[in-house]
Design a protein around this ligand. Structure first.
Ligand SMILES: [Ca+2]
Length: 327
């Protein structure tokens, strides 16, 4: 005869279902209501997708310790600015020279910056992420309270993107944060900044390198990149003033001339009127000081970290010099 499950067994079953199925999550109903009332989705459709979404502890672990928050520049730089990644980048640049030149001309963003972004983000498409996007976004939307508002908006944008692109949200993989494709765009960025750069009628930064290149350039252009302006420059200081805020990723407002008065001297000529932010890095040979200019700030709009922006800039310079050395 069949035995009825005891209370413990029932509780276990309830716990398992609550953890393995996001359609049952206490806050999923409000999200589903929103998708129905705001965007006209079928309730059953949203519930069906959420019921396939799985909570991933490794995603919660990963978001709690991003490299940008725990590493020094001396530790962070060799993750990205190494000979193999430079060589792969030069090969990518040569292979897509004409597309990159067109993007540079149309958006005013240097080819080496576009290539460096794709290099830092995915090693030129070699690593576009192994997490199912639906799992990443649902886990962070419903089980990561510090940023649940942000990730619920991204989950919302993901379902909208999938509808617009006529794709299945269960099919895509990305980073632990749900970023996708060559340039690792979050769903909202995909919807707002990705473009159809090869003109085939479909915006595809998952598989189409032409669209990926154009989309990175468009992202930078739309975030205010200024053609022919510097990104960052090394500075000397004897005083090492400690009463100022280093490594800010806010828009720079204080001109170089004022920083000079406070003891910072750029090692190459720069426009004294240009707004700059002082950076202090722990490099291989000790403390380094830099100015980050407006375009440095624009790079931090892609990823809000001064180490990230410095890695992109550093890699871009290596790419340019390596490319020119080989010509
Ligand atoms: Ca296209």
């Amino acid at each position: 005869m069949m035995r009825k499950p005891g209370v413990a067994g029932l509780l276990l079953a309830l716990t398992l279902s609550a953890h393995s199925d996001y359609s049952e999550h206490p806050e999923a109903e409000a999200f589903t209501d929103h998708m129905v009332s705001e965007h006209g989705f079928e309730r059953e459709q949203i519930q069906a997708w959420l019921s396939e979404a799985e909570k991933r502890q490794n995603i919660l672990d990963a978001i709690a310790r991003p490299a940008e928050r725990t590493l020094t520049w001396a530790e962070y730089r060799p993750i990205f600015v190494v000979p193999l990644r430079v060589n792969n980048g030069v090969a990518f640049w040569r292979e897509h020279k004409d597309i990159l030149a067109r993007a540079e001309k149309e958006f005013g963003v240097p080819a080496e910056i576009i290539v460096a972004i794709i290099g830092v983000e995915t090693n030129y498409g070699r690593n576009m992420g192994s997490h199912r996007v639906i799992d990443a976004l649902s886990t962070l939307a419903f089980d990561y309270p510090p940023r649940s508002d942000f990730f619920r908006r991204e989950l919302e944008n993901y379902f909208l993107l999938m509808r617009e692109q006529e794709q299945n949200p269960l099919d895509f993989k990305g980073s632990y944060a749900g970023a996708m494709g060559y340039g690792q765009f979050m769903p909202s960025s995909y919807r707002h900044y990705a473009i159809d750069f090869d003109g085939d009628g479909f915006t595809d930064i998952w598989n189409n390198r032409t669209d990926a290149i154009g989309s990175v350039a468009n992202y930078f252009s739309r975030h205010g990149w200024r053609a022919d302006e510097p990104v960052a420059v090394r500075v000397r200081t004897d005083d090492k003033p400690d009463d100022i805020r280093y490594n800010s990723i806010s828009r720079p407002e204080t001109p170089v001339s004022e920083w000079r008065e406070r003891g910072f001297q750029p090692v190459v000529p720069v426009d004294d009127a240009a707004p700059a932010s002082p950076l202090q890095l722990e490099g291989d040979y000790g403390e380094e000081f830099w100015f980050g200019f407006h375009n440095f700030y624009v790079i931090t709009r892609y990823n809000r970290s001064h180490l990230y922006a410095m890695a992109v800039y550093d890699l871009s310079r290596e790419l340019r010099s390596q490319l020119e050395a080989g010509e």
